[in-house]
Ligand binder design. Structure first.
Ligand SMILES: [Mg+2]
Ligand SMILES: [Zn+2]
Length: 194
């Protein structure tokens, strides 16, 4: 069986808005505070029409920090799956950096798991993210990347500073533009026609 091309979506800042807590952007704490970004569902739908396998790969360290419950994250994800049924699976890392797990981005573990579970060809797949840790995870998994760039994209994280030579394959301003740019790079019709 040939392995499939995929688009792997980061969650916070790519599919949904972040919330400001004490001036710092973070994940919505519960479903009531969860707001999809304007182009998120259109982007997932376009990716499906273009024939990509679709999954979400998200770090949720606030669970490990005791700030958000795992049940709350799972409730958000079951709702997200109903809104965007083309999403085949949602991979979550609940760890914090100090756990030194293999799944917390910039580690490539969630992408590697998706490749095994969903039969993906990572070399011909893409990750869409809004932070440098997403781009580094993609690079480590041997996958191409699109950065939805914001003022936060290159800020230090708990993983440290971004490597000086780290670059996404493509940079765009929003999530639907990311999927359109992927289709162009893969020479697929960008209007979704066959
Ligand atoms: Mg993000
Ligand atoms: Zn982890």
């Amino acid at each position: 069986m040939t392995r499939r091309r995929a688009i792997l979506f980061d969650r916070d800042g790519v599919l949904n808005e972040q919330v400001l807590i004490n001036g710092a952007p973070g994940p919505p704490p519960d479903l009531a505070g969860y707001r999809l970004l304007p182009t998120a569902l259109a982007a997932v739908e376009r990716a499906r029409t273009l024939g990509y396998a679709i999954a979400v790969v998200t770090n949720q360290p606030d669970v490990g920090r005791g700030l958000i419950t795992r049940q709350s994250v799972e409730r958000i994800h079951s709702w997200l799956g109903e809104q965007a049924p083309a999403i085949e699976r949602i991979y979550v890392c609940y760890h914090v950096t100090a756990d030194r797990c293999r799944c917390r981005k910039p580690a490539p573990g969630m992408l590697e798991d998706a490749a095994v579970d969903l039969g993906l060809d990572l070399a011909h797949s893409w990750l869409i993210g809004d932070r440098w840790v997403d781009i580094l995870a993609a690079q480590r998994a041997g996958c191409r990347s699109v950065l939805v760039e914001t003022f936060q994209s290159w800020l230090p994280s708990s993983a440290g500073d971004p490597p000086a030579d780290l670059r996404p394959t493509i940079t765009v301003p929003d999530t639907l533009s990311a999927v359109v740019a992927i289709a162009e790079a893969d020479r697929l019709p960008t209007d979704g026609s066959p």
